[in-house]
Design a protein around this ligand. Structure first.
Ligand SMILES: Cc1cc2nc3c(=O)[nH]c(=O)nc-3n(C[C@H](O)[C@H](O)[C@H](O)COP(=O)(O)O)c2cc1C
Length: 206
């Protein structure tokens, strides 16, 4: 069943602009992101959801011209996935302390892990890069959950970070935009499937 969902997912580049994702389905997809795993349970992502077509029109110029901006226009929903930055994730912030407190009841263990955390990502740049990587699990769960509900999706990195951040009044001290996910329903037509490398090339058993 799960494999069937993975096999059904593909990047939809041609959405039917007359079909909308229901609020109930959207809620399910967002829940898939909410319960995604993350290192130290720090839940590095924040999701901005744009439902209205007018709002999407106002930001589509921030996306690479051609397919991406059309995908933004024609999809039903656009999710902008943000990564939390060092300002939030640095050891010692209220956010991190609260999560560590809920994760590790034993004070000594908590202190030990906290120190390890502070050393593993010593600079803000380390934290910010790590945080972006962590977001991809939530992204994966979003698109696969959408597929399980027969909703088509497209993950997009092809946008200009600074103009988009300005358009949505994003505080770049706190967040970076990582990817955008268009959700909707495909126009009827033949699906061109991307190929994959063979298993023998992908996997090496040691
Ligand atoms: C992080 C990420 C960024 C991507 N950015 C874009 C994009 O900007 N525009 C686009 O058309 N496809 C984008 N894609 C889709 C990939 O091109 C696509 O996943 C790949 O070719 C495999 O095809 P499939 O998703 O149909 O299996 C992106 C995919 C990922 C995972």
């Amino acid at each position: 069943m799960f494999m069937q969902t993975l096999q059904n997912r593909y990047t939809c580049r041609s959405f039917n602009n007359e079909m909308n994702v229901s609020d109930a389905d959207l809620e399910t997809v967002l829940e898939a992101a909410r319960i995604s795993p993350s290192c130290f349970n720090l839940q590095h992502w924040k999701l901005l959801v744009i439902k209205g077509r007018d709002k999407k029109e106002s930001i589509k110029h921030c996306f690479h011209m051609g397919k991406n901006s059309i995908m933004v226009s024609d999809s039903s929903i656009l999710i902008i996935v943000l990564s939390k930055k060092a300002e939030i994730l640095r050891a010692g912030t209220e956010y991190v302390s609260n999560i560590f407190n809920s994760l590790y009841e034993d004070e000594l263990i908590r202190k030990h892990i906290y120190e390890g955390y502070a050393k593993k990502y010593p600079t803000d740049e380390d934290i910010n890069n790590w945080s972006k990587r962590q977001c991809m699990l939530a992204v994966s769960n979003i698109v696969n959950c959408a597929t399980s509900l027969s909703i088509n999706s497209a993950i997009m990195e092809g946008f200009k970070e600074d103009p988009l951040s300005e358009c949505i009044n994003l505080d770049r001290n706190l967040y970076d935009p990582v990817v955008c996910i268009a959700l909707g329903y495909a126009k009827p037509g033949k699906i061109k499937r991307a190929t994959r490398i063979e298993m023998e090339e992908l996997v090496e058993f040691l």
